[in-house]
Design a protein around this ligand. Structure first.
Ligand code: SAH
Ligand code: SF4
Length: 365
């Protein structure tokens, strides 16, 4: 390894650090925590484009920045390169394609409705879970994202909203590329940074983690009493039907997944969202709706029905509105609320499951 590569490898993103870690680093350098708070505000509340020039940055902090942050120094700041920024025809959805420092590409989607904006974040480049109808699953796993690469997506979304004169983000959903609970530690650190009240300040009650059903991750969320909403992607109410769509069901079978959901509910008393991609002739019959209702009995459940969005690697088609409504009616008769999700951003391939990098990145070694 060359010296430059060794230094680069030792360098860490400032955006990987929680405020407590930043304070600890400042204390070790003999700097007062007030400088850490100033830096935190500049990064996450003011979204300052040039930290060293920000008026609130006093000389000791300016010296620290000059010595510690930059090429070959201890820290760098994730600044993903926005290689595409595409708006849907209805203007309600915007998709950003970001190139990361190592050339991998990820997507972040911004959805706006009545002045309220939700960002859909990626947590991995690619995904290892292989759901047959999902564009990210079709591309395979490339690598986990670091906390800073997740946090940077929120900063970029906030900057884009601010540039357009909008209020800041209201909600976050971890429903972009990747499986958040397969990258548990990085995702939890990122959420700690994102929810910090002195910075980005997005309340935990406005954040939803969506999982394909990684049982150990669901149990950890419950044990650790994480304050976020949980959404579980089901798509099938029998093991055979689910496993045909979601290969991860062989690793964490449906019975174990539902047991984990019941434990989660017992521990948190929080409503669980269940996602169900509606695929014509595959999982959209009234009988299948009935089996789903039986599966969810006794839980505080809300079902999100998502008509399939097209992807290159899967031939299925979306359930038509009439059949979707009939499915919903069966759930309702069993006392289970549900929503048929609007098909947003299809024209820019920003709908659920279409988040696939335009160019296939090389597989991680
Ligand atoms: N990995 C997590 C979060 C990302 S996927 C998960 O699977 O939950 C977010 C949601 O989009 C999931 O419910 C997923 O099943 C759904 N989805 C994936 N591909 C889709 C497609 N082509 N059409 C509709 N929904 C899709
Ligand atoms: Fe991964 Fe979620 Fe896509 Fe399945 S649906 S392949 S878990 S991103």
């Amino acid at each position: 390894m060359t010296t430059a590569a060794a230094i680069a490898a030792a360098s860490r993103s400032l955006l990987d650090l929680t405020l407590a870690e930043l304070e600890g680093d400042f204390a070790a350098s003999g700097l007062s925590p007030t400088h850490a708070w100033t830096l935190w505000r500049a990064l996450y509340a003011d979204l300052s484009p040039n930290l060293a020039r920000a008026p609130e940055v006093l000389p000791p902090l300016r010296r620290w920045l000059a010595a510690q942050v930059g090429d070959g120094r201890r820290f760098f700041i994730d600044a993903p390169d926005k290689t595409a920024d595409i708006a849907s025809a209805d203007g309600l959805t915007r998709k950003f394609l970001f190139q990361l420092a190592d050339g991998q590409t990820i997507e972040t989607v911004l959805m706006g409705f009545k002045g309220r904006h939700t960002a859909c974040l990626s947590t991995q480049a690619g995904c290892a879970m292989g759901c047959v109808f999902c564009a990210t699953g079709q591309m395979g796993f490339v690598r986990h994202l670091r906390p800073g690469e997740i946090v940077a997506q929120v900063r970029q979304a906030q900057l884009a909203l601010r540039a357009d004169g909008h209020d800041g983000l209201r909600n976050l959903v971890l429903m972009g590329m990747g499986e958040p609970l397969h990258n548990y530690d990085a995702v939890m650190t990122a959420l700690e940074i994102i929810t910090d009240r002195r910075g980005l300040n997005i309340g935990p009650g406005r954040i939803t983690i969506s999982t394909v059903g990684v049982v150990p991750g669901i149990l950890r969320l419950a044990t650790e009493k994480r304050p976020y909403h949980l959404a579980v992607s089901l798509h099938g109410a029998t093991e055979a039907e689910r496993a045909a769509l979601v290969p991860a069901s062989r690793r964490w079978p449906l019975a174990e997944l539902m047991a984990a959901c019941r434990t989660y509910f017992a521990e948190t008393r929080r409503r669980i969202f269940f996602e169900w991609t509606l695929i014509a002739g595959a999982n959209d019959s009234p009988a299948q709706a009935g089996r789903l209702a039986t599966l969810l009995a006794g839980l505080d459940a809300h079902v999100n029905l998502i008509p399939l969005n097209p992807t290159g690697g899967y031939a299925g088609t979306a359930t038509q509105t009439g059949a979707a409504k009939a499915f919903q009616k069966v759930l309702l008769a069993a006392g289970i609320p549900s929503t048929i999700r609007q098909r947003r951003g299809i024209d820019v391939a920003a709908g659920c499951g279409q988040l696939r990098a335009d160019k296939l990145p090389a597989k991680a070694k």
